[in-house]
Design a protein around this ligand. Structure first.
Ligand SMILES: [Zn+2]
Length: 168
């Protein structure tokens, strides 16, 4: 999937966490959560040479290249999620779940893609959840539609669930 699609999925995950923790939309925590969602969503593509995330975190992406980590393997796996879960554990609950779920949204929506994801890396088998003819190819018309659906959800959800009562 494209970076913008992943950013939207990350923001959607952050909004889900905001709803769960009943975090008011107009607060610095919510602002931070939306920003984290936007950045953590595409982060797993740091394993893809030339991707925006690889450019932003150049030393880390060089390290992954040096170690021969292939696209949609380690960074898209359950192993990475568990490691991140440990690494983030000092954070307060609200930010812990925002970071973790926004990151997890990435392999989740990549599962809709035709190439699939090595979810159980180091097992190399790639999984996808849609049959080949329905799978969403990166940059395809299907992805544009999917991206639009995410965008609408990202805009509508705060109005329905997060604005203080009486503001609508
Ligand atoms: Zn990816």
């Amino acid at each position: 999937m494209l970076q913008k699609t992943h950013s939207l999925a990350g923001v959607l995950a952050a909004e889900g966490v905001m709803i769960y923790f009943q975090q008011p939309l107009i607060s610095w925590e919510s602002g931070a959560a939306l920003l984290i969602g936007c950045l953590a969503g595409p982060l797993a593509d740091i394993d893809k040479k030339g991707s925006t995330m690889a450019k932003v975190f150049l030393p880390l992406s060089y390290l992954l290249q040096f170690l021969g980590v292939k696209h949609r393997t380690l960074t898209h796996s359950i192993v990475a999620l568990i490691a991140l879960g440990f690494l983030l554990s000092p954070l307060p609950d609200f930010f812990y779940w925002t970071c973790l779920l926004a990151y997890a949204s990435h392999p989740l929506i990549d599962l809709l893609n035709e190439q699939g994801v090595a979810l159980f890396w180091p097992w190399k088998k790639k999984f996808r959840i849609l049959p080949k003819f329905m799978a969403i190819d990166t940059g395809s018309f299907g992805e544009s539609v999917f991206c639009m659906i995410l965008l609408v959800a990202v805009i509508v959800i705060p109005f329905v669930y997060l604005l203080p009562k009486g503001m609508l």
